[in-house]
Design a protein around this ligand. Structure first.
Ligand code: BDR
Ligand code: CA
Length: 310
């Protein structure tokens, strides 16, 4: 079983990723969840994390980390995730609470307490992870990899060049990509391949408490793509979790990836070195490029059914 720590900013797709991980307890030992300001303020995304765990009725320790990026200002995304950061489902009463410790220290303690190496799944801006690596570099050798959603090998979504998580905190992403820790990167291209068709949302309805929660999530989340005339919604953050579970359904390639900090048009861009001639740097990242959409959606559905049956 793989011990994992999930760092996130729920976020509809973060919620899907958390559920996918917690449905697969024979694969993952989820040691805890840390929250970071991103899709919405730290307080909102942290509360959303507790909402997810309340629906699942799973007691996983949750710690609040950084409220905003290392240098830039926080830039929430209500257009995609609403004012709460996870609009759609109504959860009357949250039945869990946060651990008192700060998220960064919580990550350090959980990593150092574990006998073997720990995997970090990072689904928001990389602020907490960068702080962790800078403040407690002794954790580096105890992390087997960081599987993240962020960046792109082709095109951004927040800007033409930069994906949201890296655009929000490029400096944090830069620290992570220079850490020497093995990295798995799910960027915009694999996320677009990992989409749920609007017509598939229906399949999640009426099967139980968790599936109703998921269909409420997806109904709200799909409005963003519907307004753009697109027939599906990318479930970005489920990609790194799905890759850890089912690498065989992905197309992936190792590249050297670096993060642009300065460019007027390109700040926050992940620059993927695809050159095949001279001056090549040793790859530092496994970049996910494509996925079998049918299998991706069916594994997601399976996970939700499983959670409803628990
Ligand atoms: C990423 O940004 C957020 O809106 C999502 O939760 C995901 O982590 C996609 O660019
Ligand atoms: Ca996210």
């Amino acid at each position: 079983m793989r011990p994992i720590l999930i760092d996130c900013d729920p976020g509809h797709d973060d919620a899907m990723a958390i559920m996918l991980a917690l449905a697969n307890t024979e694969h993952f030992d989820v040691l805890g969840i840390t929250c970071v300001g991103g899709n919405q303020t730290l307080n909102k995304v942290s509360e959303n994390t507790l909402k997810v765990l309340t629906v699942l009725n799973k007691e996983i320790p949750v710690a609040k980390g950084a409220a905003g990026p290392l240098i830039r200002e926080i830039a929430p995304a209500p257009e995609a995730h609403g004012d709460t950061g996870m609009d759609g489902p109504i959860i009357e009463k949250i039945t869990m609470d946060f651990v008192k410790q700060n998220g960064v220290e919580f990550l350090r303690d959980k990593i150092l307490m574990e006998e073997g190496k720990v995997t970090i799944v990072a689904l928001g801006p990389l602020t907490n992870i960068a702080l962790l690596l800078k403040m407690y570099p002794e954790v580096k050798e105890r992390i087997d990899c960081i599987a993240m959603m962020g960046g792109s090998a082709t095109s951004g979504n927040s800007t033409a060049a930069a994906e949201f998580n890296f655009w929000v905190d490029p400096h944090a992403a830069h620290i992570v990509f220079h850490s020497g820790i093995p990295l798995i990167q799910a960027g915009t291209e694999v996320s677009l391949a990992a989409s749920i068709l609007h017509t598939e949302i229906e399949d999640f309805k009426g099967k139980g408490r968790v599936s109703d929660f998921v269909s409420d999530l997806l109904e709200f989340y799909s409005q963003f793509s519907k307004k753009l005339g697109i027939d599906r919604s990318p479930i970005f953050d489920a990609c790194p979790v799905m890759y850890l579970l089912h690498p065989e359904i992905f197309v992936a390639k190792d590249y050297y990836v670096d993060i642009e900090l300065q460019g007027e048009l390109t700040a926050g861009m992940s620059v993927t070195d695809k050159r095949v001639w001279f001056d090549m740097k040793k790859p530092n990242t496994t970049v996910l490029l494509d996925v079998d959409r049918g299998k991706f959606v069916s594994y997601l559905k399976e996970a939700i059914v499983k959670l409803d049956q628990e």
